[in-house]
Design a protein around this ligand. Structure first.
Ligand code: SAM
Ligand code: DTB
Ligand code: SF4
Length: 334
């Protein structure tokens, strides 16, 4: 039997794997009922925040993350490119805003942020912020002092995922450690930037690994403000492209569990929507997902067209958060 979901509304940070497993494996109806009950206690159940991704530097990455289209270790046929100019980024951000996105998330295929690239990154943050959008960057590892400089430029969020359980991690990535990730997250937190941190499921991991990942996320203190739950986008010629497909119900269980154990966080139904039915996505929203990526491309792989997402929002009676962001932008100019 699950605990009264409303008693979970206050965040706690001492979750054990056994407790998380009991939630994750509860009868499906109990799990979804609990997740939705808690969700509507803390969040608006019909509001889904929209983020737009842009790959500001594509491909040729030194890391060997086994799922990634952009690693130089695998021949995926992706064309690598140099860092975009701030002008190009600003144009893309305006388009995203016009399409209803309220957060602009810029990703670079880097192992870490190099000092020589900092001025260009700072300029991009400043330009996007001036459009009234929330800013997010994902640039790999950060060294001492870098997060402070990004915060100073107006960075709202930094995305850095744990990706999987500590046990499964070394089967996915060998070029940087779990502790490297925690160190970057601590630097981001120390600079007062909000954290976007989640993982990928459907990489051939066991259920215990999904529970392990969720427990690690829920024992970060404070919880990440944003928790992206990605479904593996299988890319040909990456080591993980042949992973056993994940049952959709298991994906929903991961979203619902994240919802229940990190009550104040916004859980994002992240990569992988392109191959999901509208019914599966609706179940994810019912389970407490409160954010998605919009636009027909993620970083390098396809995402549903804007028109089909708009139709999905209409069908489900969902609304974005454009009005609030527009109001905030107006206040900032006063
Ligand atoms: N290079 C930076 C890093 O790894 O921190 C930033 C970009 S990286 C693409 C950001 C995250 O996207 C990864 O940590 C991973 O969780 C997710 N991701 C990348 N490729 C994916 C795929 N094929 N399917 C699902 N998620 C993916
Ligand atoms: C996250 O957790 N998912 C996004 C974002 N953070 C940067 C990335 C998804 C990438 C999917 C594969 C691609 O398009 O290259
Ligand atoms: Fe590089 Fe990031 Fe892809 Fe890993 S996930 S290979 S660090 S771009």
């Amino acid at each position: 039997m699950l605990a009264d979901p409303l008693s979970l509304a206050k965040a706690r940070f001492d979750w054990t794997r056994e407790e998380v497993e009991a939630i994750h494996n509860a009868p499906f109806n109990d799990l979804i009922f609990a997740a939705q009950s808690l969700h509507r206690q803390v969040h608006n159940p019909n509001k889904v925040q929209k983020s737009r991704l842009l790959s500001i530097k594509t491909g040729g990455c030194a890391e060997d993350c086994g799922y990634c289209n952009q690693s130089a270790h695998f021949d995926t046929g992706l064309k690598a490119s140099k860092l975009m100019s701030a002008d190009e980024v600003e144009t893309k951000a305006k388009e995203a805003r016009d399409g209803g996105a309220t957060r602009f998330c810029m990703g670079a295929a880097w192992r870490e942020l190099k000092e020589r690239d900092e001025p260009a990154i700072v300029e991009m943050i400043t330009r996007v912020k001036a459009l009234g959008m929330e800013t997010c960057m994902t640039l790999g590892m950060l060294a001492e002092g870098q997060a402070e400089r990004l915060a100073e430029a107006g960075l709202d969020f930094y995305n850095h995922n744990l990706d999987t359980s500590p046990e499964y991690y070394s089967k996915i990535i060998t070029t940087r450690t779990w502790q490297d990730r925690i160190d970057t997250l601590n630097r981001v937190r120390g600079a007062g930037i909000q954290i976007c941190c989640g993982g990928i499921i459907g990489m051939g991991e066991d259920e215990a690994d999904r529970i392990g990942l969720l427990t690690e996320l829920a024992t970060l203190m404070p919880h990440p403000e944003s928790v992206p739950i990605n479904h593996l986008v299988a890319v040909d010629n990456t080591p993980l492209s042949g992973s056993k497909p994940l049952d959709g119900i298991d994906f929903v269980r991961a979203i619902a569990t994240a919802r229940l154990i990190m009550p104040q966080s916004v859980v994002r139904l992240s990569a992988g929507r392109e191959t999901m039915s509208k019914e599966l996505q609706a179940l994810c929203f019912l389970a407490g997902a409160g954010s998605i990526f919009v636009g027909d491309e993620l970083l390098t792989t396809p995402n549903p067209e804007l028109a089909s997402d708009n139709a999905l929002f209409d069908t489900l009676g969902l609304e974005g958060d454009e009005a609030e962001v527009a109001k905030r932008a107006q206040m900032e100019t006063l």
